[in-house]
Design a binder for this molecule. Structure first.
Ligand SMILES: [Zn+2]
Length: 339
């Protein structure tokens, strides 16, 4: 192990002791898109003990420009990102225990996954999941690292329960919501810059060098050559419903979870069934083919071609309906195919 991690051990901030700590820790990464594939690769190479990564999507050609874990072969096979990431991370470092979950990071699942996790990394593309992560982090006393990017603009912040303001507090000071669901495109260096900040923070936390953890909010624009670092110590809000004295964790309210969502910046609706249960993709493929649908798939998902839309169905009954943003229309397609 020492040879493999020798350069990291030579680094004074980590050393032998820090490396031993890193290799005994568990990181939970929410999302295996651009941020998640970069973070998970860096942390796997750094020798983190266990990585759990969750993602609801599959690999498409437009991902390859910036999602560094994936290849053209993954696109052809329509592999779920979580499955493709798991395969690649294991090939990069077989010492790391990798658990990949194909699914939606619902508040319920996040609470389940939080047990035994040391650090959580935000690699999502949507606000709803981030706020649920924020509540889970506060409830289970779990440090996590917020990160977001669009175009050439990125931002990141380390959140330590009991010490720093939480994301819900930050919303009062910074208009973070504008950062989500943007269709304006992105360049890969923006992603890499956010990843560099997030993983450096993660390594500090994993090596337990808490003094070194950044307490300021960082934002930058790589195209306009701007870099800002904002002090956030005064942003903690006593009445915050996520981290204040009378907290209620509003984003963990399972009843309020949306079952139908328009995916960020895409002509796609996701539908999640209310009752969880595995469906037999093989049987469904047979039924749909006999009804005249063009069906393709792999062990993880089925892709069904329709006149104007394409529907992708996962084992847990969750579906992505491409080619529409209309929730009602998407629901009617879902019911037509899955009853
Ligand atoms: Zn708060």
């Amino acid at each position: 192990m020492n040879e493999r991690y020798s350069r990291q051990i030579l680094f004074p901030g980590i050393g032998k002791e820090g490396q031993a700590k890193i290799s005994s820790k568990h990181v939970l990464i929410i999302g295996a898109g651009a941020l998640g594939s970069g973070s998970s690769e860096i942390l796997a190479r750094a020798g983190v003990g266990k990585i759990t990564i969750i993602d609801r999507d599959y690999v498409e050609a437009s991902n390859l420009q910036r999602q560094q874990l994936y290849t053209e072969e993954d696109v052809v096979e329509k592999l779920p990102k979580a499955a493709a990431a798991e395969k690649r991370l294991r090939a990069i470092n077989s010492d790391v225990e990798v658990r990949a979950i194909i699914g939606d990071a619902t508040p319920e699942l996040l609470e389940e996954l939080a047990a035994g996790v040391d650090v959580m990394i935000d690699a999502t593309d949507n606000f709803e999941t981030r706020m649920a992560m924020n509540d889970v982090a506060q409830k289970y006393n779990l440090p996590w690292i917020y990160g977001a990017c669009v175009g050439s603009f990125g931002m990141t912040f380390s959140i330590i329960p009991g010490k720093t303001p939480c994301l819900n507090c930050l919303l009062r000071a910074i208009p973070l919501q504008g950062m989500t669901c943007d269709t304006g495109g992105i360049i890969s260096p923006t992603v890499q810059m956010v990843i560099a900040h997030q993983t450096a923070e993660a390594l500090k936390m994993l090596a337990e060098d808490w003094e070194a953890v950044r307490t300021s909010f960082v934002s930058f624009d790589l195209w306009r050559n701007q870099y800002t670092s904002l002090k956030m110590s005064k942003a903690k809000f006593a009445g915050c419903l996520s981290c204040g004295e009378e907290r209620t964790y509003p984003y963990l309210d399972h009843e309020n979870m949306t079952k139908t969502t328009v995916l960020c910046g895409r002509d796609t609706v996701q539908i999640r069934p209310s009752a969880a249960g595995k469906i037999s993709l093989e049987r469904l493929a047979g039924q749909l083919s006999s009804l005249g649908y063009a069906v393709k798939g792999n062990p993880y998902l089925l892709s069904v071609e329709m006149e104007a839309e394409r529907m992708v169905i996962f084992q847990d009954g969750r579906a992505l309906i491409h080619g529409t943003k209309d929730l009602t229309h998407a629901k009617s397609i879902y019911q037509r195919i899955l009853g």
